[in-house]
Design a protein around this ligand. Structure first.
Ligand code: IMP
Ligand code: MG
Length: 175
């Protein structure tokens, strides 16, 4: 089935914003090493581009949690599908997410990661849908706040498609 995708945030605007976010993070973490944690799969495009814009030393790790199936609605169930490879003891952790929607995934993840004794944990997301929040989470860096629409591109999928779009688009008929 072919869906129609309308551009919400252009490639140029996404790139510019990521550059700004990288500069801000570099200032905030001056003199430290930042340990980026990518939440797969959606966060991968954002993390790669963000990491290139950070001028302090960076290390990276990946984890995968699932709260959604091939559906556009939250199941409310969050489980770790792939855990981190490295310990977090003493590290300055920055979780890198594609989007914060209900906040369920992140509030769960932050609780788990805090128990591993990092020096600090902050949260960075490319997109935020504040209207949809069910669980309160403190977001330290937000690329764009967007309306309550189902979006794709830049890592975000609709039934595993469209992650590779270089812009953020709205899927017509996905709600
Ligand atoms: P939360 O637990 O409801 O905050 O869900 C966060 C996860 O749901 C994100 O990491 C995405 O994988 C997925 N998600 C939420 N909204 C969208 C959307 O508009 N497009 C694609 N995936 C989404
Ligand atoms: Mg995600």
């Amino acid at each position: 089935m072919a869906e129609t995708i309308n551009v919400l945030i252009s490639e140029k605007d996404v790139e510019e914003r990521i550059r700004e976010m990288g500069e801000q993070i570099s200032k905030d973490y001056a003199g430290k090493q930042v340990h980026l944690i990518c939440v797969l799969k959606g966060g991968v495009f954002f993390m790669c581009d963000l990491a290139k814009r950070i001028s302090v030393p960076v290390s990276m790790d990946f984890m995968s949690v699932s709260s959604y199936g091939d559906d556009t609605k939250s199941s409310g169930v969050v489980k770790i599908v792939k855990d981190l490879d490295e310990h977090l003891e003493g590290k300055d952790v920055l979780i890198v997410e594609d989007i914060i929607d209900s906040g369920r995934t992140l509030s769960y993840l932050i609780d788990i990661l805090q128990k591993r004794n990092p020096n600090s944990v902050r949260l960075c997301t490319l997109l935020d849908k504040p209207e949809r929040r069910v669980k309160d989470v403190k977001v330290d860096y937000v690329g764009f706040s967007i309306p309550d629409k189902f979006v794709v591109g830049y890592g975000l999928d609709y039934a595993q498609k469209y992650r590779n779009l270089p812009y953020i688009g709205v899927v017509e008929g996905a709600e």
